[in-house]
Write a protein that binds this ligand. Structure first.
Ligand SMILES: [Zn+2]
Length: 233
């Protein structure tokens, strides 16, 4: 009698465990789905413009200071270089029209400053050039709560000696894995990097590392550009 009761309880217990286990096995599909949506919503809210320069600069700018009145920082490799303010630009093969359009608007913004002059043209020799295009990169959400929308930066070639010359063969790319990367603000930010601007902690700067849909250059951004390319040449 006792043993039977014990067996009954044991069976009940095992049965309950099996049901619970089964639930645990069955529910996760929904749970994971919900979780995934939740995380991606948070990620979208963070609206990151994160690019490779971001982590790098986070480490670099350990001494925080109020930068709101200062010029937007410039990348160290373009500092005190006698770079021409004239640039040629071309698109990587297969760059979608929508991407070309946002880059065109970004370029118009920089040209309107009179500080740089960016015109269509292939990469050649010691002339400054911007290569514009796209890439696809999915940053796993469990590794980062931010999404990477673009990448851009200068590539300085320099010759010193009897004949000294310098050119910037830069690139700016939008991460078309994410639809929201195809925006004038992201293009303006990445072209800014290509021209030598670094991240700014001022929220009205196009070089603020998170996407604020900022498409107009701030006075500090203009000052940063002038520090690289001088006044109107
Ligand atoms: Zn950036």
């Amino acid at each position: 009698m006792r043993i039977r009761t014990l067996l009954t309880w044991l069976l009940l217990f095992l049965g309950a465990t099996w049901v619970i286990k089964n639930n645990i096995v069955q529910i996760p599909d929904n749970v994971q789905q919900t979780f995934r949506n939740g995380v991606s919503r948070v990620t979208t809210n963070l609206n990151s413009i994160l690019d490779s320069n971001w982590n790098f600069n986070q480490n670099k700018t350990s001494t925080k200071k109020d930068v709101s009145d200062d010029a937007t920082p410039v990348e160290s490799i373009v500092k005190n270089k006698n770079l021409s303010n004239k640039y040629y630009y071309s698109y990587q093969a297969g760059t979608p029209d929508a991407v070309q359009n946002v880059f065109k608007r970004a370029i118009a913004t920089y040209n309107a400053t009179g500080i740089v002059k960016i015109v269509p043209g292939a990469e050649q020799g010691w002339l400054n050039h911007l290569e514009l295009g796209t890439y696809r990169k999915n940053v796993p959400l469990n590794q980062s709560r931010t999404i990477e929308l673009g990448i851009g930066g200068p590539k300085i070639m320099e010759q010193t000696g009897v004949v000294s010359r310098i050119a910037n063969h830069a690139s700016a790319k939008l991460n078309i894995y994410y639809n929201k990367a195809v925006s004038q603000a992201v293009a303006t930010h990445e072209v800014g990097h290509a021209l030598g601007l670094d991240h700014s902690q001022a929220e009205d700067s196009v070089m603020y590392p998170l996407d604020r849909e900022q498409t107009a250059l701030s006075p500090a951004d203009l000052a940063g550009l002038k520090s690289i390319y001088g006044e109107t040449k």
